[in-house]
Design a protein around this ligand. Structure first.
Ligand SMILES: [Ca+2]
Ligand SMILES: [Ca+2]
Length: 382
C-alpha cells in the first residue's frame, strides 16, 4: 500500500495545497498504521516525515512500521522517540521550528479546528501561539532548545495524546486551546495598530489600559526577557514575544512568569533584587498614585511589608529562589509595576488571595464576553 503525492500545480498556495493533501492521505492511512504499531495518532506527521515522506511524497505502510520499530528499538521512552522523530538529524533537542509539521497536521486534521480549513492565514498565527506556549511551559532552561529531560518533566506528550480523545480543542487548555489563541491574538491586534505584527513600547503601554509602568515596559524592550536579536534592538516586540508577555502578565504565579519578571526587575543582572532596584520601580508607582490622589506608602514601610511577604534567606537581598518559595510573587511583582493589580491586592488580605487558584487566562473571560470567535467574524477582524 502506497500513498503518493501527485504533481500539484505550482501556485501561490502550493504549499498549503500540498500540506492539505498530505494531511488527508495521512489521515486515511493512519488508522491502520496506528492499529498496527500503536503510534499515538498525532505523531503521524512526524512519523510520515521520519519515514521519508517529505523527501519522496509517499511512505509505504511497511516503511512506516519499520520506522516505528526502529524507534522502539533505539529509543526507550516516548520523550526520546518524540525527539528522535522531530529533531534535526544529529540533534538531541527540539528547536521551535521542529514543531511546525506536527502542529500543521493538527490544524489540518483535528476535528476541533475544521473551521480553520478555509482560513490559511490563521494557521501560522495559531501555530506560533502554540509553539510559544510549549516553550513557555516546557523549556525551563530558556535556551530555545527543549531537551529530553525537559520534555519528560512536562505534561506535553500526555496533552498531545489527549487531542486524540477530545474533539473540542478548547477543552485542551494547556497549549492547544483555540479560544486562548484567539484571545491572545485579539489583544495583540488591538495594540498593533499598523498591523505589521510588531509592537513598540507605546503600543504595549496601552495593554489593559496602561496597567504596566513605563519603567517595566522599558525593561521588557531592553532584551532582558527576549533573545536580543536585531529586531529587538530596534525596540520592537514580535507577536511571539507578546505571547510570553501576556501569559506572564496574566499569571504571575507560574515559574516561568516569576523568572520573566525577575529578569526584568534585576536591572543590573547580578541575580538579586537590591533595595535600589525595588525603589527604582516603586518610585513610578508612587508618582502614579499621587496623580490619582492616593497617598502612597513610604518606601521604607513598603519594603518592610515586602520583606515580610517574601522572607528572603539573605537579609535585604531578594533572589529568584526566594520569590518561587514564598508563593506570593504575584503580589510582589504587581506592587512594583502594575498599579491596578497592586491597589486591588491592597484591598484584600494577601493570604486569602493566595488560596484562590486563578487560571492563567483571566483575560479570556473579559475578552470572550465581547468576542465571538466564529471564523467569519474573525475573517472580518483580521
Ligand atoms: Ca505595529
Ligand atoms: Ca540586581
Amino acid at each position: 500500500m502506497y500513498v503518493r503525492l501527485h504533481s500539484v500545480n505550482i501556485s501561490r498556495n502550493a504549499d498549503i495545497i500540498v500540506t492539505h493533501i498530505v494531511a488527508c492521505l495521512m489521515q486515511s492511512l493512519c488508522f491502520c498504521v496506528y492499529a498496527a504499531c500503536g503510534c499515538p495518532l498525532y505523531w503521524k506527521a512526524p512519523m510520515f516525515y521520519g519515514a521519508g515522506g517529505e523527501r519522496t511524497g509517499f511512505v509505504s505502510v511497511h516503511s512506516f512500521i519499520a520506522t516505528w520499530r526502529k524507534l522502539l528499538h533505539s529509543c526507550h521512552d516516548d520523550a526520546s522517540r518524540f525527539i528522535y522523530l522531530l529533531a534535526k538529524p544529529g540533534c538531541n533537542y527540539l528547536e521551535q521550528e521542529d514543531f511546525i509539521p506536527l502542529l500543521q497536521d493538527i490544524v489540518d486534521t483535528h476535528p476541533g479546528l475544521t473551521f480553520l480549513k478555509d482560513a490559511p492565514e490563521f494557521h501560522s498565527r495559531y501555530i506560533t501561539t502554540v509553539i510559544q506556549r510549549i516553550y513557555y511551559i516546557v523549556n525551563r532552561s530558556w535556551t530555545g532548545r527543549i531537551t529530553m529531560m525537559e520534555l519528560r518533566r512536562s505534561n506535553f506528550l500526555q496533552t498531545l495524546a489527549l487531542l486524540e480523545e477530545e474533539d473540542d480543542i478548547n477543552q485542551i487548555t494547556d497549549y492547544f486551546s483555540y479560544e486562548h489563541f484567539y484571545v491572545i491574538y485579539c489583544k495583540f491586534w488591538e495594540l498593533d495598530t499598523d498591523h505589521d505584527l510588531y509592537i513598540d513600547p507605546k503600543d504595549l503601554a496601552r495593554y489593559n489600559d496602561h496597567a504596566s509602568s513605563n519603567r517595566i515596559i522599558e525593561r521588557l524592550f531592553s532584551g532582558a526577557v527576549t533573545r536580543g536579536n536585531a529586531v529587538q534592538r530596534e525596540g520592537r516586540m514580535s507577536y511571539a514575544e507578546f505571547v510570553w508577555f501576556l501569559i506572564s502578565e496574566e499569571d504571575k504565579k507560574n515559574h516561568t512568569s516569576i523568572e520573566y519578571w525577575f529578569r526584568c526587575m534585576d536591572a543590573d543582572g547580578d541575580g538579586v533584587l537590591s533595595m535600589f532596584e525595588l525603589e527604582y520601580f516603586y518610585e513610578e508607582q508612587c508618582e502614579r498614585m499621587e496623580r490619582m490622589g492616593i497617598e502612597p506608602l513610604p518606601f521604607q514601610d513598603l519594603l518592610c511589608q515586602m520583606l515580610d511577604l517574601v522572607k528572603p534567606e539573605s537579609p535585604g537581598k531578594i533572589t529568584l529562589g526566594d520569590l518561587k518559595r514564598c508563593r506570593m510573587a504575584h503580589i510582589f511583582f504587581d506592587t512594583f509595576f502594575n498599579l491596578e493589580k497592586y491597589l486591588d491586592h491592597e484591598q484584600r488580605d494577601p493570604f486569602a488571595v493566595q488560596k484562590v487558584s486563578v487560571y492563567m487566562f483571566n483575560v479570556k473571560y473579559t475578552c470572550s464576553a465581547n468576542i465571538s470567535y466564529s471564523i467569519s467574524d474573525a475573517g472580518g477582524a483580521f
